[in-house]
Design a protein. Structure first.
Length: 99
């Protein structure tokens, strides 16, 4: 038994499992595709949250903790990345890797 995972399980009054799925990078290409799919194919008990960089800086521990405290996700799909195009990637290789 994974005790950490069991503490994250949420249930409603009827015992239905509730999931809060947080997607970082929710404004990007893959995040928007997931959003489109989940909006078109809703499932009972699922709440999807799509974050962008405007919701907080995930490089900052306090900001990240605040996001997790606010939304209390049961699942996270981490897609956030620094983007800048081909030439920016070539010019700032280390920065893109770190951030």
């Amino acid at each position: 038994i994974n005790l950490h995972m069991s503490t994250m399980t949420k249930r409603d009054a009827n015992g239905t499992t509730l999931s809060t799925i947080m997607v970082t990078g929710g404004s990007g290409l893959v995040g928007q595709a997931i959003k489109s799919y989940t909006t078109s194919n809703p499932k009972e008990g699922e709440t999807w949250i799509f974050l962008s960089s405007k919701d907080g800086d995930l490089r900052d521990r306090a900001a990240t903790d605040a996001i997790f405290e606010k939304f209390k996700p049961t699942h996270v799909i981490h897609l956030a990345a620094k983007v800048g195009g081909l030439f920016a990637n070539m010019k700032q290789k280390v920065e893109f890797y770190r951030e």
